[in-house]
Write a protein that binds this ligand. Structure first.
Ligand code: SAM
Length: 305
């Protein structure tokens, strides 16, 4: 399933399936003893998507040996740390007085329903139309209600989502807390730059942005990354789930998001993934694993932008 410039998906196919995958990891992480995160909506959302492999992953019904072989244990630990990082980002932004948030590529993220937002908080979610419709409909069917003013924007992030966001009520004069979690690798390099430019253009001083990203890979690592993703895809195919993740991401040359943001007025604090995992006493990635290069960025826009 090769990517095209205007491809689209639901939550069981192509890039959409990655949203279900990470939600399954959040569900599994929420079931652990003394869990780092608690996402009560992840499991019902994954069940509603209905892909057997993801449901088994969400409920912990994959044997311990298989979990290790298929990368599920690592993914669960990593997703717990990542979820915590973005949860804390939004909680701190709200505590600092920010009352507008935009969750880009919201997928099955349930922060608009599970975080304790302050009164008056408006949270925008942007993703592809089928993804937005599925989550809104499923959570409404479960009787879940947002803990903020939730507004959805059903748009492709490679297109003019800024106009759609404004039409939904977004206020560019007010500071915003933005997140782009698990997104950049699915955008072509020029679309990543455009996305970061658009965020910057819509951000009042004092706005914040959290993003996870990998530094541009050197060609030697590119092959290794593809092979590793293919190995996972092969394991998953054996379990009846067919998706080649190496075909979904744009690997290779691109601007490093932290440096790019730094050049556009943002003060950027980068946390390497292994530092974050260590802070939560979770096992690190080996240095030779491409995932070990992942970084979490938390940025604030200075005055005068
Ligand atoms: N941020 C969510 C989370 O962490 O649970 C979802 C992450 S999932 C790995 C990737 C998400 O990016 C999917 O929901 C997918 O639909 C969205 N996405 C990727 N490319 C997109 C695009 N061009 N336009 C809109 N959404 C996109």
């Amino acid at each position: 399933m090769t990517r095209t410039d205007d491809d689209s998906w639901d939550l069981a196919s192509s890039v959409g399936a990655t949203a279900t995958l990470v939600a399954a990891a959040r569900a599994a992480a929420s079931r652990e003893t003394d869990p780092l995160i608690d996402d009560p909506f992840a499991e019902p959302l994954v069940r509603a998507v209905g892909v057997d492999f993801f449901i088994r992953m969400a409920v912990g019904d994959i044997g311990a040996d298989d979990r290790a072989e298929m990368g599920v244990s690592r993914m669960t630990a990593n997703m717990a740390a990542r979820t915590k990082y973005f949860d804390e980002f939004f909680t701190q932004a709200a505590a600092a007085g920010v009352r507008q948030a935009v969750i880009l590529a919201s997928g099955l993220d349930s922060r608009a329903y599970r975080l304790g937002w302050p009164q008056g908080m408006v949270v925008y979610e942007i993703d592809q139309p089928e993804v937005i419709a599925f989550k809104s409909g499923t959570l409404a069917g479960l009787g879940a209600t947002p803990t903020c003013h939730r507004r959805t924007v059903a748009m492709d992030l490679r297109n003019d989502w800024a106009s759609a966001l404004r039409q939904a009520g977004f206020d560019p004069v007010a500071p915003t807390a933005w997140s782009a979690e698990g997104l950049l690798g699915y955008l072509p390099p020029e679309a990543q730059d455009r996305l970061l430019d658009t965020i910057t253009g819509l951000s009042a001083p004092g706005s914040r942005l959290a993003v996870d990203c990998a530094p541009p890979g050197d060609p030697a690592q590119e092959q290794q990354s593809r092979e590793r993703m293919k190995a996972f895809s092969d394991h998953w195919r054996e379990q009846g789930f067919h998706l080649d993740f190496s075909e979904l991401v744009y690997i290779g040359e691109r601007n490093e998001a932290g440096a790019y943001l730094g050049g556009h007025g943002w003060q950027v604090l980068a946390t390497p993934v292994n530092e974050l995992l260590a802070a939560h006493r979770l096992p690190p990635f080996d240095d030779d694993e491409p995932m070990s290069k992942l970084r979490y960025l938390s940025a604030t826009l200075g005055a005068g932008q």
